[in-house]
Ligand binder design. Structure first.
Ligand SMILES: *Cc1c(COP(=O)(O)O)cnc(C)c1O
Length: 378
C-alpha cells in the first residue's frame, strides 16, 4: 500500500518556472534584481489591477516590516493586530520597538472582529495614544470583513496594513485581496498558494510608495556615485532566481486556486454526514476564498473525542494536519501586550484543525484521507 506522506500544503510547480530560472542563469542575472524581478512585479500588477504597484521582497515578513516603516511606525507606538494569525503578522511591530494591541476574531470569517476593534481604538485613545496602524489578516484565504473594518479605520483615520499573505486569489465583492489596505502584503513562502521558495511583496496604489519601498529594501542608498545613506535601510529585495519561479507560478495561479477550492468541496462532501464536524466556509457570496487551507471545527461533546485525537489518528496514517493558529495574545512572547475580545479565537484554536489542502493531492491521496476520516468518525 502506498503510504507516502500527504502534506498539508506543499509547493506545486506549473512547469515553466525552470525556464525562467534557466534564463536567469543563461543571462547571468544572479542577483537581487533583474528581468525576472521586474517581470514578476508586472505579472502581479496585471493580476491585481493596473492601478496597483507591487514591490517584490524577500518575504512577507519583510513586506510587513517595510509597510510599518512606511506608515511611520517607530519606537513607543502602538499597532493594532489580529490575534488569530501567524506570528509574522505581529513580529515586525516589535522589530520597530512598537507594541502590538491584539484583537479577537468574529465567528463568520474568523478574522478581526470590528466590534472589538472599535472598543480597542476607543480605549487606546482614552489612554492617550492613537494606534498608528491596523493589521487585519485574511486567514486561511478567507477575506476579513472588509467594509466594516475599513469604515472603522476611516472613522478614526488609522491606516490599514492588509496581511494578505494567505489570500492571493481570494476576493471580496469581486475585488482582489491584497488591494484593500493602504498597504497590502503578499507572501510566496513554500507552503503558500504560490511560492518563489521564499518571497513576498508589498502592494500600493502609489508609484512613490513603491519607489520608497525598493529604496528601503536596497539599503536606502542616496542617489550619489559613492555609497551615501541618510536613512536606515534593509536588504529585503527578492532574488532574480526566486522571481523566475514566481513568474512560472503566476501562469498557474488561477488554476491552483480552483484546485484548492475543489479540495474544500471534497471536505464539505466527506463531512456532510458527520454532525460533530463543521467545515469552515464562506459566510455569503460576497466572500470568495482561495481556500488555501481547509479547516474544520469539531464539537467534542457530540463526538466524545478531541481534535488532537483526530490529528494523531491522521499522523499514524502519515497524513499531515495542523492545529489552527495559536492566538498571539496567548503566546508566551506576546502575552504581556493588551488584548480586546471575548475569546472567540481561543475556542477556534482549541477545537479546530487544518487538513491537507494542496493543489497537488492525487485521487489516491484523497481516498486515503476519506478512509482515515471514516475510520475515526465511524
Ligand atoms: C506566511 C505568512 C506571513 C509571512 O510571510 P513569509 O513570506 O513567510 O515571511 C505573514 N502573515 C501570515 C498570515 C502568513 O501566513
Amino acid at each position: 500500500m502506498n503510504n507516502s506522506k500527504i502534506w498539508l500544503s506543499s509547493p506545486h510547480m506549473g512547469g515553466n518556472e525552470k525556464n525562467f530560472v534557466k534564463e536567469a542563469f543563461d543571462t547571468n542575472w544572479v542577483a537581487p534584481l533583474g528581468p525576472n524581478v521586474t517581470g514578476f512585479e508586472q505579472d502581479l500588477e496585471n493580476y491585481l489591477g493596473q492601478e496597483h504597484y507591487v514591490a517584490a521582497l524577500s518575504s512577507g515578513t519583510a513586506a510587513i516590516h517595510l509597510g510599518l516603516v512606511l506608515l511611520g511606525v517607530t519606537a513607543g507606538d502602538e499597532v493594532i493586530c489580529q490575534s488569530f494569525t501567524f506570528s509574522a503578522s505581529a513580529n515586525p511591530i516589535v522589530y520597530l520597538g512598537a507594541s502590538p494591541i491584539f484583537i479577537d476574531s468574529e465567528t463568520e470569517t474568523w478574522n478581526m472582529c470590528p466590534i472589538a476593534l472599535e472598543e480597542a481604538i476607543i480605549d487606546r485613545l482614552k489612554k492617550g495614544k492613537k494606534p498608528k496602524a491596523i493589521i487585519p489578516v485574511h486567514l486561511y484565504g478567507m477575506p476579513f470583513k472588509v467594509d466594516e473594518i475599513r469604515k472603522i479605520a476611516d472613522k478614526y483615520e488609522i491606516p490599514i496594513l492588509e496581511d494578505s499573505a494567505e489570500a492571493l486569489g481570494s476576493t471580496y465583492k469581486g475585488k482582489k485581496c491584497g488591494t484593500f489596505g493602504d498597504i497590502g502584503v503578499l507572501s510566496f513562502n513554500g507552503n503558500k498558494i504560490i511560492t518563489t521558495s521564499g518571497g513576498g511583496a508589498l502592494v500600493t496604489l502609489s508609484k512613490g510608495v513603491k519607489e520608497k519601498t525598493v529604496y528601503l529594501a536596497t539599503q536606502a542608498r542616496d542617489n550619489e556615485p559613492h555609497y551615501q545613506h541618510s536613512e536606515i535601510g534593509y536588504n529585503y529585495r527578492l532574488s532574480n532566481i526566486c522571481a523566475g519561479i514566481g513568474r512560472g507560478q503566476m501562469e498557474i495561479l488561477e488554476h491552483h486556486v480552483s484546485l484548492r477550492r475543489s479540495m474544500h468541496q471534497f471536505y464539505l462532501d466527506i463531512f456532510n454526514t458527520i454532525d460533530s464536524v463543521t467545515v469552515f466556509d464562506e459566510p455569503n457570496s460576497n466572500y470568495f476564498s482561495n481556500h488555501w487551507l481547509t479547516c474544520i471545527i469539531i464539537d467534542s461533546k457530540v463526538l466524545g473525542k478531541t481534535i488532537e485525537q483526530f490529528r494523531v489518528a491522521l499522523e499514524m496514517e502519515n497524513i499531515e494536519s495542523r492545529p489552527l493558529w495559536m492566538p498571539m495574545h496567548l503566546q508566551p512572547v506576546f502575552e504581556k501586550y493588551p488584548y480586546y475580545g471575548s475569546n472567540v479565537a481561543n475556542l477556534l484554536f482549541q477545537n479546530g484543525l487544518c487538513l491537507p489542502s494542496g493543489s497537488n493531492l492525487t485521487e489516491s491521496d484523497k481516498q486515503r484521507i476519506t478512509d482515515a476520516v471514516h475510520r475515526f468518525f465511524k
